[in-house]
Design a protein around this ligand. Structure first.
Ligand SMILES: [Zn+2]
Length: 216
């Protein structure tokens, strides 16, 4: 299972500083009221950006491993939340130009429009993100995922986001100025396991293959 690893580091800073080597977990995040014995349990790699390692922790009391996903990274999708935010904001801007909402029903029209290709070309994104943003399926999955995330968050936190539409532009009016997806990791922390990827985390204990038993 995944646990949030709160951090202000960007993905590049996380890699450059090899931050996974310095993460200290003092209390078991799964059983915060127990005095579990917890130990480091290796790392696993992520592909984008190159060199990322995600720390695993083992709770000896519950015989469970969990991984610590830093806030900058998307869950269940390669890459970073910042990259996803850039391309979805572009899609929303093109949708406004086309006079439509950015929704699963309009995603094909938006992402295949000349205006979107122009926006990507003129945005000055790095070569890697430019290549990804030229992949229609990659884009469509991210646009649809973000709409699903924002819809879920609005439903779970109606007092904060109840008046928002499921767009980053709308959420930015509440989360003034900052990136939305990364900040939702902290704002929505109590309910992260009820929110879909790329912001939400793997549901607790619903995937038995992620629970590792110690050998007898
Ligand atoms: Zn524990």
């Amino acid at each position: 299972m995944q646990i949030r690893c709160p951090t202000d580091l960007s993905a590049e800073e996380y890699v450059r500083t090899e931050a996974w080597k310095f993460i200290v977990v003092v209390r078991c995040p799964i059983h915060p009221n127990s005095n579990c014995r917890i130990t480091r349990h290796g790392t696993y790699p992520r592909t984008i950006p190159e060199g990322v390692k995600i720390l695993r922790i083992f709770c000896h009391t519950g015989n469970i491993t969990f991984s610590l996903l830093p806030d900058c990274f998307s869950s269940r999708l390669p890459g970073t939340l910042a990259d996803i935010e850039i391309v979805v904001l572009m899609a929303e801007a093109v949708a406004r130009d086309l006079g439509c909402d950015c929704s699963p029903a309009t995603a094909n029209r938006i992402l295949s429009s000349p205006g979107f290709a122009t926006a990507v070309a003129e945005a000055g994104v790095g070569q890697k993100l430019f290549d990804l943003a030229s992949d229609f399926r990659w884009l469509k999955r991210r646009v649809e995922s973000v709409i699903a995330v924002l819809s879920a968050v609005a439903g779970l936190f109606p007092e904060t986001f109840g008046n928002c539409r499921p767009t980053l532009t709308s959420f930015r009016t509440v989360l003034v100025g900052g990136p939305v997806l990364v900040r939702l990791r902290s704002v929505a922390e109590p309910r992260l396991h009820e929110i879909p990827p790329p912001v939400g985390l793997t549901p607790r204990f619903s995937r038995p293959q992620e629970m590792v038993r110690r050998p007898p």
